[in-house]
Ligand binder design. Structure first.
Ligand SMILES: [Zn+2]
Length: 188
């Protein structure tokens, strides 16, 4: 099952053997990530190109969304990727709400009834921010935040949705790594 957009956004910070990586570290990185998403009707993602100011704005919005994930797992500890790096919760919530421009729905007639929807903001950056912020509104107002956890595997910093009662880790890979580490600890 595909993860919701809000979780995919949060997961743009992840851990590798080399340390933390941020898909939004460069405008090219943000451009590539956005082009992989379906953000209609907010934005034609396939034609999106980020510059540095847009990168900085979207990375900041992403941190606000990660602050909402941190609240979702509390009182369990937040992702270790963020400890020094998150806006305070009230600020994060206000930031997401400020970006969450609504869609205007219209009904049209082209030989048959059709719905059209347009964002109420102009410009790629504002539309991208609106798409991501609305994804956060949909996610956190729904049933999934109660299932969010931080992956406990060594080095992993991802939030994930616990979809089955037995699921302990974000991925099979993390599960294998965590079991190997446990086994190693028992041997030594
Ligand atoms: Zn993991």
């Amino acid at each position: 099952m595909d993860d919701p957009l809000a979780l995919r956004l949060a997961s743009t910070i992840r851990a590798t053997r080399a340390g933390l990586t941020d898909a939004f570290a460069t405008p090219e990185g943000l451009t590539a990530w956005v082009r992989d998403q379906d953000l209609s009707p907010y934005l034609d993602a396939s034609r999106f190109t980020a510059d540095e100011p847009v990168r900085a704005e979207i990375a900041e919005l992403r941190q606000a969304v990660r602050a909402l994930f941190a609240r979702a797992v509390a009182p369990s500890p937040l992702s270790s990727a963020d400890a020094p790096n998150l806006p305070p919760f009230p600020e994060a919530l206000a930031r997401v709400n400020a970006a969450a421009a609504p869609l205007v729905r219209t009904l049209e007639w082209h030989d048959t009834w059709q719905e059209d929807a347009r964002p109420t903001v102009d410009g790629d950056a504002a539309r991208l921010a609106a798409a991501l912020a609305n994804a956060a509104v949909d996610f956190f107002a729904g049933p999934l935040p109660a299932l969010v956890q931080v992956c406990p595997a060594p080095r992993c910093v991802l939030y994930f949705i616990k979809r089955h009662p037995q699921q302990e880790w974000c991925s099979t890979r993390c599960g294998n790594r965590a079991r190997a580490a446990r086994h190693y600890r028992r041997q030594t």
